[in-house]
Design a binder for this molecule. Structure first.
Ligand SMILES: [Zn+2]
Length: 430
């Protein structure tokens, strides 16, 4: 009796346990911090060299002229493609190689890949180098299983996801790399937990609001007009009118965690008056003639960007009418529309079935509170068969002492291998 494809893949992946751990640690060791976009090239080449050894055709794509791209910090993406013996669909794994800044509060070296209690610690362990490593092991297991798959396995390691993805997936999509003629199904191993399939995300609108005042001597504030006090009233109106309205608006999208099922707004920053000086000198006593605030509004698939924007503008326009000398400007910084893949699409079903097969429980279908590169694949690439699925734990992303659980990586690699083989037309029944 011959062993089934499914059990052969699982065996292949179990054998690669140590390789998976070392691959993850190697990836963590590249300090691909964004901004500024450090070590992108060596990290991309490391991935490219590994995949070349497995018969992939490897291309490096520099996103020339995109935000942050320079000779010192080139935006280098890697795309690796391996066609099977027979024609068929293409399953594409995409992972971002950039990580966010380290921040304070670490108990271990964030780039040493420390192993403790069955976990690998490091900046990017969870978001998302552990996921990239699991996807690569999954593809290598398919190749080494000897399965004569029909179609193509493809991987892209992309940059700048943490700063909007413009030099990464957006650039590749604009240049045809995600066209329907070459890619059919996309799995992005972002950290959404090993037993969940993520089908999309809420939308984002960032804007800067500036209130204007008139400068005067700080000892005689009555001769000026404080932009900070005007902004205080904006905050007050937000708390009084906007926050309750947003909290009452719930989505039918399966967003996790529960708190993100409603519309939300965060005030990312606020600054009024003169800049703080870093030379220790005291600022001069002046009434602030400007106060700027950056807002981060996350919106639901049931909302339209225009109404999201209009709701904030209405509050400001109302203040213009009712508050003496109130003047403001509002500038859009960027916007991303919500994205949601139909749960009946093949990649969702294949991955859910594989989770059930590997983990013996039903997959949870979720949406992400924040955005990720799916937006570019859907909006620019026009590709509808895309999910995020990976081993990391969502709540740990961007935190100090970020880690990925090794068993979760092994399980997710099995899920990705089974799912890919199903999508490539293989029989993955036990
Ligand atoms: Zn991520």
């Amino acid at each position: 009796m011959t062993t089934t494809l499914a059990s052969s893949l699982r065996t292949q992946i179990d054998r690669r346990h140590d390789d998976l751990v070392e691959l993850t640690r190697d990836l963590i060791a590249f300090p691909t911090i964004n901004p500024p976009g450090d070590a992108y090239q060596p990290c991309a080449e490391y991935l490219g060299n590994r995949l070349k050894d497995k018969g992939f055709d490897v291309k490096y794509v520099r996103a020339k002229g995109t935000p942050g791209d320079s000779d010192r910090y080139p935006r280098i993406n890697i795309v690796a493609r391996r066609e099977g013996k027979h024609p068929g669909p293409c399953v594409h794994f995409n992972g971002h190689i950039d990580v966010v800044e380290v921040g304070q509060g670490w108990s271990v070296d964030p780039f040493a890949g420390v192993i403790k209690d069955g976990k690998i610690f490091g900046r990017g362990a969870c978001d998302m180098k552990g996921g990239i490593a699991a996807a690569i092991i999954a593809m290598e297991a398919i190749i080494d299983s000897g399965h004569d798959y029909a179609g193509t396995l493809e991987f892209s390691g992309t940059v700048d996801e943490e700063s909007g993805g413009f030099g990464g997936v957006a650039y590749l999509a604009q240049n045809g790399w995600f066209d329907k003629s070459r890619v059919d199904h996309v799995i992005i191993p972002e950290p959404l937990n090993v037993d969940r399939v993520c089908i999309g995300h809420r939308g984002v609108w960032w804007a800067q609001i500036e209130t204007h005042g008139r400068i005067a001597h700080g000892s005689m504030p009555f001769f000026g007009d404080s932009a900070i006090e005007h902004m205080g009233d904006v905050l007050h109106r937000f708390e009084r009118d906007l926050y309750p309205a947003l909290a009452a608006r719930l989505t039918d999208m399966p967003v996790v965690p529960d708190g993100a099922k409603q519309s939300t707004i965060n005030i990312n920053s606020i600054h009024g008056g003169q800049d703080e000086r870093d030379d220790g000198a005291l600022p001069a006593p002046c009434v602030a003639d400007s106060c700027r605030m950056v807002i981060d509004r996350r919106f639901l698939i049931e909302e339209k960007l225009e109404s999201v924007r209009g709701e904030v503008k209405d509050i400001l326009d109302n203040l213009s009418k009712t508050r003496e000398n109130f003047a403001y400007t509002m500038t859009d910084l960027f916007a991303v529309h919500p994205s949601m893949t139909d749960p009946e699409r093949p990649v969702v079903r294949a991955t859910s079935d594989a989770i059930h097969q590997v983990m013996k429980k039903s997959a949870q279908i979720v949406c992400s509170p924040g955005t990720y590169d799916q937006k570019h694949i859907e909006r620019i690439g026009k590709l509808k068969d895309c999910i995020a699925y990976g081993p990391g734990i969502l709540d740990l992303a961007h935190q100090p002492d970020e880690y990925v659980v090794i068993d979760d990586m092994v399980n997710s690699a099995k899920v990705m291998a089974l799912s890919a083989c199903t999508l490539l037309g293989g029989n993955t029944d036990d």
